[in-house]
Design a binder for this molecule. Structure first.
Ligand code: EPU
Length: 432
């Protein structure tokens, strides 16, 4: 059964919607529960397929997971067998690399499949492995797996300077270090909100992590983590995506359950493009007449403009007045989706890291595909802007990171629906 999204564009968005828990925090905090010697209850877990895959894998490893309600779960990992290892299915997602830190920290050994995730060209994990080695692990990569073992049975603290600002390496080293012997210092650490969230989770369970959110993170290893409660922060990129959609279609939308400070780089850019943004405590309101002006955007580590919003903002710029320059400074190859926007009448020229976007009066509906998670979100925005009907294929990418996107958008007036089509061969056989 082929599943597609069908959008009739050109409608302004109006109303309120609730932002879910942050994907990139959840997929680090959930495996971190395996470090806890007790029961931990985690709230505001987003219902997305990356989280489901992670939960399935933890269940296979022996974690006892209890669903309390739609967004809350309890984890009891006290009785994990010491042979726990990541199954091959984990290679579908990027966050499988967090099991290296978690299993090394918990058992002094780890076997984890090489991580997958969105295709942005080469995605090395050398900084993760450098960190684990500095903490006393022997690490090898063979048969598609990463094998790591603490040489003395347990990791020890170390000073680690990251050669590139890496979100994943910063969080992975934090996971490995929280139960290590002694003090670990991560220099040139990433500063994203989800790094602070992971530190807050570990500290709520009895860890000693300081400086998260700055470029130097210090972790004093503790003997044990104890159980407790934790609520994951709202998703900065999900919120940014709906803000961009409202700015481009025009309308008046309030997003509830957000931390406005996490959105500054995005809201500042949307204001520069002509939208109005109002902070309302833990909500944010955007109003726009849909007439945007051009702007230049460069992606950077937090607090700079996030690479995970690059496809969505570029899509808004396709109908802005004037020519914009977008520079992708985090990933080598994050413009795969541009060919889909060209089918809708966008004018974009890509040269390496740079995309030059010549704003057009409108986009027109077309059959496009979601090349990856955020590219998929960009296709939805394009469909909402465009005149006519847009269908989006390969929507499993979108479901990796957006909870109930169709329902949320319908709730603010979008004409979007999920279409399930029998594949052509099966349909022909049934008709025969
Ligand atoms: N890098 C290295 N070596 C490493 C690690 C990273 O050279 O060992 C480089 C990368 O090639 C890249 C840069 O450092 O050029 C930053 O990579 P980072 O490690 O920060 O990315 P990541 O941890 O693999 C996470 C998010 C991505 C998001 C990036 C940047 C997860 C699971 N993924 O990836 O999110 O784009 O940080 O903010 O947290 C998404 O949600 O759509 C997504 C792709």
């Amino acid at each position: 059964m082929a599943r597609k999204l069908e959008i009739r564009g050109g409608k302004p968005l109006h109303g309120e919607l609730e932002i879910s828990g942050a994907k990139n925090a959840a997929i680090a905090i959930i495996p971190a529960a395996m470090l806890v010697d007790g029961v931990c209850r985690i709230e505001n877990i987003p219902q997305i397929s990356d989280v489901s895959l992670m939960l399935t894998n933890m269940d296979e490893m022996g974690a006892a997971i209890r669903t309390i309600n739609r967004t809350t779960m309890e984890f009891d990992c006290r009785d994990l067998p010491p042979v726990a290892e990541g199954s091959k299915s984990m290679s579908k997602i990027r966050a499988s690399y967090y099991f290296i830190g978690v299993l090394l920290g918990r058992f002094g050994r780890a076997k984890v499949p090489m991580p997958g995730g969105c295709d942005f060209g080469v995605r090395p994990i050398d900084q993760h492995l450098k960190g684990m080695r500095a903490m006393g692990a022997k690490v090898e990569v063979a048969d598609g797996y990463i094998y790591a073992q603490a040489k003395s049975g347990k990791l020890h603290g170390a000073n680690i300077y990251l050669d590139v600002v890496s979100v994943g390496a910063t969080m992975n080293i934090m996971l490995a270090a929280v139960l290590a012997e002694g003090k670990t210092v991560i220099e040139n650490a990433a500063r994203e909100p989800h790094i602070v969230d992971l530190a807050n989770f570990l500290n709520a369970m009895g860890g000693d992590v300081r400086g998260a959110g700055t470029s130097v993170v210090r972790i004093n290893g503790v003997e044990k983590l104890h159980g407790g409660f934790y609520s994951i922060i709202p998703d900065q990129i999900e919120a940014g995506t709906y803000l961009a959609a409202a700015a481009a279609t025009g309308g008046d939308v309030v997003l509830k359950n957000v931390i406005p400070k996490h959105l500054y780089s995005i809201t500042a850019k949307l204001e520069e493009m002509g939208a109005e943004v109002e902070e309302m405590g833990d909500a944010i309101r955007i109003t726009s007449d849909g007439k945007l002006c051009c702007a230049n955007v460069k992606t950077m580590p937090y607090p700079g403009f996030p690479t995970d919003m690059q496809p969505q903002i570029l899509t808004c710029l396709t109908i802005a007045d004037g020519t914009s320059v977008v520079t992708e400074d985090i990933w080598d190859n994050r413009y795969n989706y541009v060919s889909e926007l060209l089918k809708m009448g966008a004018k974009i020229q890509v040269d390496g890291k740079i995309a030059v976007v010549e704003g057009q009066p409108m986009l027109t509906g077309a059959e496009v595909r979601a090349c990856d998670l955020r590219a998929g979100a960009a296709m939805v925005i394009a469909g909402l802007i465009a005149q006519g009907v847009t269908t989006i294929d390969e929507i499993h990418h979108i479901e990796r990171g957006y909870e109930d996107m169709v329902e949320k958008l319908r709730g603010i007036g979008a004409d979007i629906r999920l279409v399930e089509e029998k594949d052509p061969v099966r349909k022909a056989l049934e008709l025969a």
